[in-house]
Design a protein around this ligand. Structure first.
Ligand SMILES: O=C(O)CCCC[C@@H]1SC[C@@H]2NC(=O)N[C@@H]21
Length: 269
């Protein structure tokens, strides 16, 4: 990979532009869309100076880990776009298995965190914007802890090297590119139920008590599973199931939110 900031052809019908330093690969991808890029473009960086996570959090982005964002233009109808976090998480899980030569090593925590042994090893931030021409730009931003991870009290995290799987960022990117090509193709051709079955096979926490932080409040209950659109089903004390489209899931007694803070911009799905 050449870190020259120029666009090069990539396998799977994509293109890639790799940078040494950027503010945020998501921000650069959204900027490319605003400048008329046709999409299917990866932005990869060795380091981010303003990496961003979900819910107004910063994403620590020193060299050694993977920072990669895929820009897609109008990848699906608006109703189906909500399925993309599930597709992206599944692709990253397949990529991690591939790069570690392992089977079902990576577990999924709804909607799109990857865990190994209960520790978070990655984050995915999906952001979208609509251009003046009505085109919907969607960016899937992947951060994968390869060589280091932040220590967040009360929130277990890990990196692949520390778990005994040394992987270079370029190899990780290659595996992710391949996996995204495969999963996006499958999402377009097969019923979403096939994607969901795969996701459920790696799911963590189903049947367990969870706490879900929504934009304006928190809910507690049992994680019953996913509905046909990939939304979380939470059974409350009253026995009724609630359908949740977006939120952060916590496993009580394992995780708290201490130490999670930072700044995020943009609109996430
Ligand atoms: O909060 C999360 O779990 C999501 C973190 C997403 C981080 C990645 S790193 C590459 C891409 N660029 C960003 O600024 N964020 C995403």
């Amino acid at each position: 990979m050449v870190f020259d900031g120029r666009t090069h052809p990539e396998a799977g019908g994509f293109r890639v532009a790799a940078f040494s330093d950027v503010s945020s690969t998501n921000a650069v991808a959204l900027e490319a869309a605003a400048n008329g890029d046709e999409g299917n473009l990866w932005i990869v960086a060795r380091r981010q100076t303003a990496g961003r996570g979900r819910r107004a959090r910063a994403w620590v982005s020193e060299p050694g880990n993977l920072y990669a964002s895929l820009l897609l233009i109008d990848p699906a109808t608006p109703e189906r776009l909500a399925q993309l976090p599930i597709v992206a998480a599944l692709a990253l899980a397949h990529a991690v298995d591939h790069m570690c030569s392992a089977y079902h090593l990576a577990q999924l925590k709804w909607p799109n965190d990857l865990l190994i042994g209960g520790r978070k090893i990655s984050g995915i931030l999906i952001e979208a914007s609509t251009g003046p021409d009505g085109r919907r730009a969607v960016v899937c931003g992947f951060g994968l802890n390869l060589a280091h991870h932040p220590d967040l009290p009360g929130y277990p995290t890990a990196d692949l090297a520390g778990l005994g799987y040394p992987v270079q960022p370029e190899a990780a990117y290659r595996a992710l590119n391949q996996a995204m090509a495969t999963q996006l193709d499958r999402w377009r051709r097969e019923p979403f139920s096939a994607v969901l079955d795969d996701w459920r096979g790696r799911a963590t926490g189903i049947g367990r008590p969870i706490r879900v932080r929504l934009a304006d409040r928190e809910l507690e209950g049992v994680f019953v599973g996913l509905d046909d659109e990939g939304r979380l089903l939470l059974r409350g004390e009253d026995g009724a199931n609630r359908v949740i489209s977006a939120g952060d899931v916590f496993f009580p007694h394992v995780e708290s939110e201490t130490g999670r803070s930072g700044g995020q911009t943009g609109v996430s799905l």
